[in-house]
Design a protein around this ligand. Structure first.
Ligand SMILES: [Zn+2]
Length: 484
């Protein structure tokens, strides 16, 4: 039965008269949006989600209309009793949280939870489908070891371009490398080793040999490596058909966590769980590595907050990231009586540090990692180039420079050193002109090779007067003495 047919009977039904005026148009728009599909497919969770949460407008109206229509189909058309018809697959709570993903708290496993049980074969036996089991394990492994969220693995309409593709995975002898999706990170790939790498590898092999019939999935990494009608699933956990990888992974996550007596997180919450788990295991010291990989996006922030709130004072963790030049903020939270304020303050310190390093990253991008003085671009491995950022008025307690673009210049390591020592400077009268302590040096009076952002006179002059000039004068002095 097609959805239009059900819709026609819905419009003419007595039962729906009161709410119909409000809902009719929205259900109609939904049908236009997804096309006149088979009703079961049309009421599939991923399609409903796609429509309800797709655009910026408030999802509430669309939600109410589709829920009403959904119930109408199961109650009136299929004549199922209340007990048997499936619950509308989207929880009302999600309407609030979706609008504000930063405010939604992830669902966490218990502290002692063993992540290995997510991959335990006994949980997958009932599926009776090798391809489906491999796709789930690979997805879970990617979420846990590469911090992928559900949109990056199972993109909704219009987001296919951004999602993980077949050629985002690179196989090396004893590890694999996948694309890093974190926009806050400067690390382009994430290395996965051990069992997690094996799950991804095994799935990949099958994926290559399995015909992918859904056209939009053909370039995607996670795809239907099973036939929907061949899949067995536990109807106590869900009664709706499973069409797409996202549905299958959600279902398996629910199945396993119910069996293990754990709360069921969303697929997207797995990465916050992974971060929290690493913090517990390392007594907090993993934070620095985590930040290096992902930056400090909401899932890291939330896991860190949870960690601070659930860890007692005696097991005070090591936050090496705080040992940077932030003594002021550090003192203020130590004196804070209120535990919560302390946590918030720590989070804001880390957040600021990471945001600052994001500024550096963006500036390097503007110059394509090329030195503004000599245009040199250093290539490391795999086409990854390298540059440094020099703070013109040094960013430390003594010189009190600020961490802002207007105080930064992108340079190669050699020219960075010359700047730091005060051997070269920018001319305070013309920020594009380079000065060298040795006026015979070819660099002296040369112009910057690239100049795409505005510098602040204050910082340029500071470096010139307080670092460059003193060195130049002392060198001149030495030279005079030498001549004598
Ligand atoms: Zn250079």
């Amino acid at each position: 039965m097609k959805i239009r047919e059900v819709f026609d009977s819905y419009i003419n039904s007595d039962k729906t008269k009161s709410s119909l005026k409000v809902h009719k148009g929205k259900v109609d728009k939904y049908i236009t949006f997804i096309g006149n599909q088979d009703i079961e497919k049309a009421l599939d969770e991923s399609l409903l989600r796609k429509y309800i949460f797709d655009k910026k407008q408030n999802p509430k109206g669309k939600y109410d209309a589709l829920k009403n229509f959904y119930h109408y189909y199961y109650e009136e058309i299929l004549n199922l009793s209340k007990l048997n018809f499936p619950v509308f697959p989207i929880d009302t709570k999600e309407l609030v949280s979706r609008n504000n993903p930063e405010k939604r708290r992830p669902v966490y496993f218990s502290k002692e939870f063993d992540f290995n049980c997510l991959f335990d074969d006994r949980h997958y036996e009932h599926l009776n489908n090798h391809g489906a089991a491999l796709a789930v394990k690979a997805s879970l492994a990617l979420a846990l070891s590469a911090g992928y969220d559900s949109g990056e693995m199972f993109p909704t309409n219009g987001e296919h371009e951004k999602a993980m593709k077949m050629d985002d995975v690179f196989f090396e002898e004893d590890y694999i490398k996948v694309r890093n999706f974190s926009s806050q990170s400067t690390v382009p790939f994430i290395l996965i080793q051990g069992k997690n790498a094996e799950y991804v590898k095994e799935y990949y092999k099958l994926r290559l040999s399995f015909p992918i019939t859904k056209k939009f999935q053909q370039s995607l990494f996670i795809a239907n490596t099973w036939k929907t009608n061949e899949l067995n699933f536990d109807t106590k956990i869900t009664t709706k058909m499973i069409y797409y990888p996202h549905d299958l992974v959600s279902y398996m996550l629910k199945y396993i966590t119910v069996k293990e007596g754990q709360p069921t997180p969303l697929i997207t919450d797995l990465r916050a769980n992974m971060v929290l788990h690493s913090l517990y295991n390392s007594k907090g010291s993993a934070l620095q590595d985590i930040i290096e990989l992902y930056g400090f996006p909401p899932f890291v922030k939330q896991a860190f907050e949870k960690y601070c709130m659930t860890t007692s004072r005696d097991s005070e963790p090591i936050f090496s990231v705080l040992s940077l030049d932030t003594a002021k903020s550090e003192e203020s939270f130590i004196e804070d009586e209120d535990e919560k304020k302390k946590v918030e303050s720590r989070i804001s310190v880390i957040d600021r540090l990471v945001r600052d390093s994001v500024k550096v990253k963006k500036l390097k991008e503007i110059y394509g990692n090329s030195c503004q003085i000599c245009n040199e671009q250093i290539t490391l491995i795999d086409e990854i180039s390298y540059s440094e950022v020099h703070h013109i008025q040094p960013f430390n307690k003594l010189h009190q420079g600020i961490d802002d673009k207007s105080n930064m210049i992108v340079v190669c390591p050699n020219h960075h050193k010359l700047f730091d020592m005060g051997i070269i400077a920018l001319d305070p009268e013309n920020h594009q002109r380079i000065l060298h302590v040795d006026s015979k040096n070819p660099l002296h009076q040369k112009m910057l090779m690239a100049n795409k952002h505005r510098l602040s006179s204050t910082h340029v002059r500071y470096h010139y007067e307080n670092i460059f000039m003193p060195l130049r004068e002392s060198l001149l002095e030495t030279r005079k003495q030498g001549i004598r």
